[in-house]
Write a protein that binds this ligand. Structure first.
Ligand code: NA7
Length: 544
């Protein structure tokens, strides 16, 4: 028992901070800025050695944006927008990390961030103690509010394959990539996994590895990124049009610059359809995914049209017809999983130094000291790269021992699927505010982060102004939001497919079956719901 536990009554002095923020990625950084503006004492605990979150951890070769750079940065400060120049339409990870370091310096954030500090537990007591946060080193801190800024895709998962520890070469998960450069020259390299990360990694490693072997369990539909440098002229135009860029992001379905075409797939002639698909395939970014015909992800026949189109593209680009067929997804339609964007990815399979292994036909049996053994063959490698993804959406929460009013664990509370109010509050966990919690709007993530941070900050200001110190979501509000999230998923082909978006990760206990893991409504509708709650004085919340 620490000495402060013996204090008799609730006093602000008994608390170390007003708010503890977990995580110093984009959401934690922005939340810290807003806490300071509210005059609240905030402290950020971060497991890494510096700021950046996703862009700190994911240093794997080829990591870069799939959102247009200028739609991704923070929008809250016109000065920051004008002083930062993105060099490419889709910036690479080192540049984004430099940008976030610049943000940290500009707002002097590091003085309130404690690095090398992984939060092990956060326990709530319904008295003056509030949230007690314990770090892995055993140190403990108290705060009135716990603000989670722990990301959506931040709990990496290795495959459940025997022998991983026995490998004598170098091996890395893409999200735990070393800070030092890994040189692939002359090396025999394996990549396991072909999601968005695997695709970016593969197209980069193939440039220098002596030999690259790709273990693909499920092919994903991919489309060209069409990245290029930003010219001086474009730079000036971008900086002059930031208000319009962010206004557009506010209006679109998922905060990207692209938004669905109002036409249905079969409302146009076959020639018009083909021409539109060609135009999208030749355009930069996510247009082909989120700017396609409005029925692409609801009408199976419409989805088949675009899938057939992209399959034809893959057959044109991959010379060996057998490899082309291996790379064309057969168990899900185009865009029903997160679309990896690529740069000469399919051409990699025309290279002599590249081998594609079908891990469904010949599963990996074990990792050996010298490589990988499948049901059919044994391979020798110098480097194994695990591009095997994350325990998404709830995984980062599950890894912290978070306990609410009756000592119940959040992980148990959510064992049948996440239950939240607008992705930001959970019944039974008062004063816990989640940035990017499950069932919040995602899409172009920084736009959602800014909205969540601002909504949370407005709530904190409301509480300050009214002398309130405790907030909890009403059960009926949680139920209504959870029902709404379920209804948004109805009829979407996306929810008929296994992926991190449907809560499936076969490497994680208890995540073998699909759930409505993600809010699939539009971002404007999400914001309208949340804005209405605030405008009506937070009636869905128990405040005191
Ligand atoms: P993903 O999209 O979850 O992809 C993980 C990949 O790893 C996927 O191809 C998996 O195959 C594969 N995988 C996982 N476990 C195994 C085993 N045991 N054997 C073979 N292959 C395996 O993660 P990413 O990091 O690519 O992307 C996550 C998000 O980050 C992305 O959507 C962006 O939003 C940013 P499977 O498909 O399960 O058969």
């Amino acid at each position: 028992m620490s000495s402060s536990e013996t204090l008799p009554a609730a006093t602000d002095q008994a608390l170390d901070y007003d708010a503890i923020v977990v995580g110093a990625g984009m959401s934690g950084m922005y939340q810290l800025i807003r806490l300071r503006q509210l005059g609240l004492r905030g402290r950020v605990f971060e497991a890494g050695t510096d700021v950046g979150g996703t862009w700190y951890w994911n240093r794997y070769p080829g990591a870069r944006f799939d959102s247009e750079s200028y739609s991704y940065g923070f929008s809250f400060d016109p000065e920051l927008l004008q002083e930062w120049s993105w060099s490419e339409h889709f910036a690479p990870q080192p540049e984004t990390l430099r940008y976030l370091n610049h943000v940290a310096e500009k707002y002097d954030l590091r003085r309130d961030i404690q690095f090398n500090s992984r939060v092990a537990s956060a326990h709530y007591a319904d008295d003056w103690r509030g949230w007690t946060v314990t770090l892995e080193d055993g140190s403990r801190y108290r705060a009135r509010y716990l603000i989670t800024a722990i990301g959506v895709l931040s709990a990496p998962t290795l495959p459940r394959i025997a022998g991983i520890e026995s490998f004598r070469g170098q091996s890395w998960h893409t999200a735990r990539w070393p800070k030092e450069k890994v040189d692939f020259t002359g090396q025999r390299v394996a990549v396991i996994g072909t999601g968005a990360t695997g695709v970016q990694t593969i197209q980069e490693v193939a440039k220098t590895a002596a030999h690259l072997t790709i273990f693909q369990r499920t092919p994903n539909w991919c489309a060209p990124l069409h990245n290029r440098p930003i010219t001086e002229d474009e730079q000036q135009r971008i900086k002059a049009s930031y208000p319009e860029i962010f206004r557009r992001c506010q209006e679109t379905f998922s905060c990207f610059l692209h938004t669905p075409d109002p036409r249905g797939t079969f409302e146009v002639t076959p020639e018009e359809r083909e021409a539109f698909y060609e135009e999208l395939y030749a355009s930069p970014g996510f247009g082909i995914w989120v700017g396609n015909f409005r029925d692409m992800l609801t009408d199976p026949a419409a989805n088949r049209e675009i899938s057939d189109f992209v399959a034809r593209k893959i057959r044109q680009r991959v010379k060996d017809p057998r490899l082309a067929e291996m790379l064309i997804p057969k168990n899900h339609g185009f865009g029903t999983r997160r679309l990896p964007l690529e740069t000469r990815y399919y051409e990699v399979y025309n290279q002599d130094n590249v081998t594609l292994v079908d891990s469904r036909a010949t599963p990996i049996e074990r990792i050996t000291p010298t490589g990988i053994k499948t049901s059919e063959a044994e391979f020798e490698f110098d480097i194994i790269i695990y591009a095997t993804g994350f325990d998404a959406l709830t995984g980062a929460f599950d890894r912290i021992d978070i306990r609410g009013t009756d000592g119940q664990r959040l992980k148990e509370t959510w064992s049948g699927g996440a239950q939240t109010f607008m992705g930001m509050l959970v019944e039974g966990f008062p004063n816990m505010l989640m940035l990017l919690g499950p069932h919040t709007a995602l899409g172009n993530i920084p736009r959602s982060i800014e909205y969540n941070v601002e909504w949370v900050s407005d709530l904190l200001r409301h509480m300050q102004e009214h002398g309130l110190t405790r907030v909890e979501a009403r059960p009926e509000a949680v139920q209504a939001w959870t029902d709404h999230v379920k209804s948004c998923a109805a009829g979407l082909l996306t929810f008929e497919v296994d992926s991190w978006m449907t809560g499936v990760n076969r490497n994680v206990e208890g995540k073998q079956t699909r759930t409505i893991a993600r809010y699939a409504g539009s971002a404007p509708a999400y914001r309208a719901w949340c804005d209405a709650v605030a405008a009506k004085g937070y009636q869905e919340l128990m405040l005191r």
